[in-house]
Design a protein around this ligand. Sequence first.
Ligand code: ARG
Length: 578
Amino acid sequence: MAACRFRRSIAAQLSRILEMPPENLVKSICAVPVTKKGQAADFQFFVSSVIDANSSDDSRPDIQLQTQRLAKELKCDAVVSEINTGEGTVNFTINRELLAKTVLQQVFEDGSQYGIKSELFSGLPKRKILIEFSSPNIAKKFHVGHLRSTIIGNYIANLSEAIGHHVTRMNYLGDWGMQFGLLGAGFQRFGSEEKLKSNPLQHLFEVYVQVNKASEEDENIKKLAQDFFRKLEAHEEQAVSLWQHFRDVSIEEYIRTYKRLGVCFDEYSGESFYQEKSQEILKMLDSKGLLKKTKEGTGIVYLSEKGSPLAVMRSDGTSLYLTRDLAAAIDRMDKCNPDTMIYVTDKSQISHFQQVFQILKLLGYEWTERCQHVPFGRVQGMKTRKGEVVFLEDVLDEACSMVLEKSASAKTTKECEDPLETAERIGLAALIVQDFKGLLSSDYQFSWDRVLQSRGDTGVFLQYTHARLHSLEEMCGRIDQVSHMNPACLQDPQAISLIQHLLRYDEILCQSSQDHQPKHIVNYLLKLSHLAAAAHKMLPVKGSVPELAEARLCLFQAVRSILANGMKLLGITPVNRM
Ligand code: ARG
């Protein structure tokens, strides 16, 4: 990794002066973010990181003084061509030609591994990570929260896998509970085998809505539903086989839709797997003296003396969402023994997962420390022209058809081999970027207009930039090695800014993998695209002398490659034409 080579070289010098091992210094040497002001140093060393944080304020040396002293002792060499100071930082400028050559060479050499081969990741132990995400409820609404969970979980899985972890992607379906009693009873009355076959999710949802309404007016239906659920819990063959049928056709349809999103799962689990195991949990709670009962017979647990009780068992002895989650967590640990177990849901479930983890701890499971909930905020106003979102499919269709309409009216549209596929990829990019731009925990207001702008900070803009760079390669040729490239041709401010930005990619991946926030990557790629647009304008390839043209092509090709890599991590498939 190019950045590593420079960081190491700077660390070696610092290490001699500070008498500290270079490995300890490397982490405090960062690539300088590119700003509008342009031309700045390439790396900065944070002096505070080596000043003893434990010393009291009086004895702590003045940081600025230390910074200046340190900068004076450092010398320029074959790698570093300039040293100066900023606020608490010593700044390093790398030899211009060495910088351009090394960075581009590395991008070409490492390909999809650029940034990942960095030493920022080399000490990282390879872990087993189980990520549970999406987890919709059969027959109920696939709300925007499930869409968010799906794309966020997929991004976390992609990035974790890319940096070398072993990842299991799990979908934990809401496939149990009273709704299946209603659905079973409802299907016998309102259902159609044919509709179930052709459009399962839609049909099950319709039946569910219909029977829900009917049960409000008709006590009889309520009874039938309870009856059906009781049969289900007692494993009566007919009831189970109908339920199984609902589940199978639903999963089939989910898989088709997930495919459009580019998402797949290693495992489809579900609440239904944990009815019996929940009973074991109740026994365990009981044997530890944790299970109490209310007057009505509901099983409860107290997490603390003053806290309010948590229900873990219905008065008829059946399990609850919470109980099933306890059983599921233990089962996952038993079977996969992951080093990290992640749950991705909206933030309304924060306290639910806190409770799950706390009870597991009370039960003596030390591995609870390895469980983590990644919560995200709510999206308001995601509607299609037909109305509120019920099916994931509808959102994707809407995104796709809006892109098609827009491109039909735009003058710049190029002929594509498969306009539908292209529109689908652009639409998805738009949804993902909109969703990933802010902190995951923030709520946001959804707007199709904003999402689909081609020049704003959108997924459409990323796709547009990628397609543009791709067509540049088609027009002017692809470069397959950098060795002949003359780095002296890449000294314009626009070229340097791009190269400096490429230098930061590994730090961005590192940050994103530590806090699970995709916004670092998204904002990095948006910036990359803006810088590329500016450079494209000022640094033409066509019409330049061959040496210059080649160097610029090299740069743009490197930019496209990183853009594509980053987009793929986010779950976006780059398009070559639009
Ligand atoms: N099916 C649930 C819902 O839609 C989400 C499940 C989250 N995962 C879990 N292990 N509880 O609200």
